[in-house]
Design a protein around this ligand. Structure first.
Ligand code: IPE
Ligand code: IPE
Ligand code: MG
Ligand code: MG
Length: 324
């Protein structure tokens, strides 16, 4: 199964998620639909809602509430992006000016708060303590992930375990939740639920590793974000961690110097990109993320072979093959 086929197959369902997202955007506080529509209608791959739809298909879950759950997950993601772009002082998001550069930090933090709270509020209607537990924990983890990341800004000692801890919190737990929710709502057996959750977690870890790799090598136009921003933001992510580990003492010192610099110049980024190439770090990053894709697929072993499972595998492969 090819990922294009998966997107096409789930297009009608994703449209229903879109309708649900749009529905909850209405508010008489005009700034909420204004900022919300700008972000939500400005693109976004909708990977997390697709995860929920795939998980639902695997569990045979077809109730109407699926679309609400998928919309909730996208709202939590949107809230985290609003906050993330304030924290990162980002300029571009989804190929357009980042919301914070248009409306300012106060508005974006508050609209982000609103989306977080509104998403959890919507979940109450599902009348399931387990669903509330999953969503509220994922929300807390996302914020914790951002805080851990801040604590490691420009920290050249950041190791793989710390990095994986951060990305599990900020990205993987929400994807795990996106997969687990339909399983919970469908009431499937524990091993199936656990399998889906692990699938989402490993997929999320791989997804963030690829995001961190693309940050150095992507086509800016396609990615819709500025290349090299992680270095500028002092984020010590997988490419830098592996580079610092592989480089000679002299190169390591040079990379360390660049990370600590206050005002990066274009040639600093070029130098890091050159070294990433010389030490074949991008291949190494793809190998590490590929290993998580493998583990993600393994986690679905409790499910019998099916079209839905093949679609999950295609999405897992897409995560490491994507260029945006
Ligand atoms: C961006 O997520 C933030 C990360 C977790 C890397 P996506 O790459 O899913 O962003 P959109 O929703 O498609 O814009
Ligand atoms: C992911 O981190 C952000 C969230 C999970 C909120 P990044 O800072 O790498 O995301 P981008 O690259 O800005 O999309
Ligand atoms: Mg960011
Ligand atoms: Mg990034």
């Amino acid at each position: 199964v090819r990922i294009e086929t998966v997107w096409k197959t789930f297009h009608p369902d994703l449209d229903r998620v879109e309708a649900e997202i749009r529905h909850h955007l209405h508010s008489d506080a005009a700034i909420i639909p204004e900022v919300g529509a700008y972000l939500l209608e400005g693109g976004g791959k909708r990977v997390r809602p697709l995860l929920s739809l795939l998980a639902a298909r695997l569990c045979g879950f077809e109730r109407e509430s699926l679309y609400t759950l998928a919309a909730i997950v996208e709202y939590l993601h949107t809230a985290s992006l609003l906050h993330d772009d304030v924290v990162d002082m980002a300029q571009l998001r989804r190929g357009h000016a980042a919301a914070n550069s248009i409306w300012g930090n106060q508005v974006c933090v508050s609209v982000g708060d609103y989306f977080y709270a509104m998403a959890l509020h919507l979940a109450v209607a599902e009348d399931s303590l387990e669903i509330m537990e999953i969503l509220s924990a994922a929300t807390a983890y996302m914020v914790k992930g951002e805080l851990l990341q801040m604590a490691h800004t420009k920290d050249v000692q950041t190791n793989r375990a710390q990095y994986e801890g951060i990305i599990t919190c900020k990205t993987a737990n929400l994807m795990a939740a996106a997969c687990a929710l339909p399983a919970v709502a469908a009431g499937v057996a524990e091993p199936l639920k656990e399998g889906l959750r692990a699938f989402g977690r490993h997929l999320g870890i791989a997804f963030q590793m690829v995001d961190d790799t693309l940050d150095y090598v992507a086509d800016e136009e396609r990615l819709g974000k500025l290349v090299g921003k992680d270095l500028m933001e002092g984020k010590v992510t997988l490419p830098l961690i592996l580079l610092l580990q592989e480089a000679t003492a002299a190169d390591r010192a040079r990379v360390g110097e660049i990370i600590l610099k206050d005002n990066l110049e274009p040639h600093d980024l070029q130098e890091v990109i050159l070294l990433l190439g010389r030490y074949e770090i991008l291949d190494a990053c793809l190998a590490v993320s590929g290993d998580h894709v493998r583990q993600a697929k393994e986690a679905l072993a409790p499910f019998p072979e099916s079209e839905a499972r093949a679609a999950c595998f295609a999405l897992a492969d897409y995560v490491v093959e994507r260029d945006l």
